[in-house]
Write a protein that binds this ligand. Structure first.
Ligand code: 2P0
Length: 403
């Protein structure tokens, strides 16, 4: 019998995604099954990603988890769902190999697991970290245990939006109909290379106190909002078909307009929830005004906004508009002079603004209201890190960067 390696270790990365047709509301809390389909753009991992290392060893005494260098509770029910499901698929695969006739399980399945995960962006910035986090966890465990197949179904059970981060580019989450959730899967609509000119500008709004979490928020919305019910039944199905078509045709104006309308309807369902939920703040509303004035000035839709369960704005524009857009944002929300980089991510070509554009678009500047801008673009799905230097766990199975 071949000698068992002392430790098997795998490291992978996974992206954040931003929905342009929003998911809000579950029909099954346990399996995380949604009341409507949704569609998102996967953002590039050069700017936003989660990295996860998972290791198994006969020397490990218990399953353990570290998040951003600090030990965390591995007993979290959703994390346990993902771990249990991957181990179940690994056992099933082993049995299906024909090697299951009385053979012992592969040792890796009897060993305890150590998991370390970190983000390359501040969790406090309110950027969707649970989607990248659970997608990365599931993808990494699947590689570790040699599981293939429908990983979006497993990631979905960690966090709904995580199933869309299993793919790059443009991704739909088909709601499905079955009670067991087997048909509630994510699928790529187009790869990230499909629309090379598309750019994303994230406006990180300065610290705001934490509002209602998504899981609790959507529960109240499902119970109380008739608008949400109408949206799920009568609005989203047609919008999904339209959005897929606009992406396939790279029709920016149509894509951008529908993105804004769907964000607005999602926030309308939040206001229709009882008691109401407010995710947009005054700065978000100023950004909405700015985008509409910018588009009105040009007489066409050159920029769109979308907002999730928080005040940060995510803007879409084509490459040739970004320089001007950044200038307009800088004039509207002059950076605080307290150091730190205001524009992060992909480089932006400088643009000079006409006085007319400035006068029409910039209104009531709010200094310091935006912490920073992050310039990114659509990007690929989860990846394995081949370089052993990239592991977050050392040879002893403990985090490399000290806690
Ligand atoms: C989305 N959001 O489609 C929507 C738009 C926020 C607004 O998915 O309970 O963290 O883990 O399934 O996925 C946020 O909800 O909620 C979300 P759970 P999740 O991206």
């Amino acid at each position: 019998m071949a000698e068992e390696k002392p430790m098997t270790v795998v490291t992978c990365t996974a992206p954040v995604n931003i929905a342009v047709i929003k998911y809000w509301g579950k029909r099954d809390e346990e399996l995380i099954l949604p009341i409507n389909s949704s569609l998102s753009v996967t953002l590039h991992q050069d700017q936003l990603k989660t990295t996860t290392t998972a290791a198994v060893s006969r020397d490990f005494k218990e399953d353990r988890l570290w998040l951003n260098g600090k030990e965390d509770d591995i007993a979290h029910p959703r994390l346990q769902s993902c771990l249990r499901e991957i181990r179940r698929l690994a056992r099933k695969r082993h049995a299906g190999n024909g090697s299951g006739n009385g053979d012992a399980l592969p040792l890796s399945l009897t060993y305890k697991v150590h998991i370390a995960s970190e983000n390359n962006f501040p969790t406090a910035a309110g950027l969707a970290s649970s989607a990248a986090g659970y997608a990365c966890l599931v993808y990494t465990l699947a590689k570790l245990y040699g599981v293939e197949g429908e990983l979006s179904v497993v990631a979905r059970q960690g966090s709904g939006s995580a199933c869309r981060s299993i793919f790059g580019g443009f991704v739909q989450w088909i709601m499905g109909e079955r009670a067991d959730g087997k048909d509630s899967v994510a699928q790529q609509v187009a790869p990230e290379t499909h629309w090379p000119e598309l750019r994303v500008l994230i406006l990180v709004v300065s610290a705001d106190k934490k509002s209602v979490g998504s899981t609790a928020g959507m529960q109240t919305s499902v119970k109380t909002s008739l608008l949400l019910k109408h949206r799920a039944e009568a609005v989203v199905p047609e919008r999904m078909a339209q959005m897929i078509r606009y992406i396939q045709q790279r029709d920016f104006e149509a894509f951008a307009e529908l993105t804004m309308k769907d964000s607005n309807q999602f926030h309308a369902t939040c206001l229709d929830t009882f008691p109401p939920i407010f995710y947009l703040n005054d700065i978000s509303k100023q950004v909405i005004g700015l985008v509409h004035r910018f588009n009105a000035h040009y007489g066409k839709t050159k920029v769109s906004y979308t907002f999730d369960a928080g005040p940060n704005a995510v803007l879409f524009a084509l490459e040739d508009t970004v320089g001007e857009l950044v200038e307009v944002v800088k004039h509207s929300f002059p950076p605080d002079g307290n150091g730190g980089q205001f524009l992060k991510g992909l480089p932006v070509e400088g643009a000079s603004l006409s006085d007319e554009l400035l006068t029409v678009v910039v209104r009531d500047p709010a200094p310091g209201a935006i912490q920073y801008l992050l310039h990114t673009k659509p990007g690929p799905g989860p990846m394995t890190v081949e370089d052993a230097g990239g592991h977050l766990l050392g040879a002893d199975g403990l985090p490399r960067s000290s806690c």
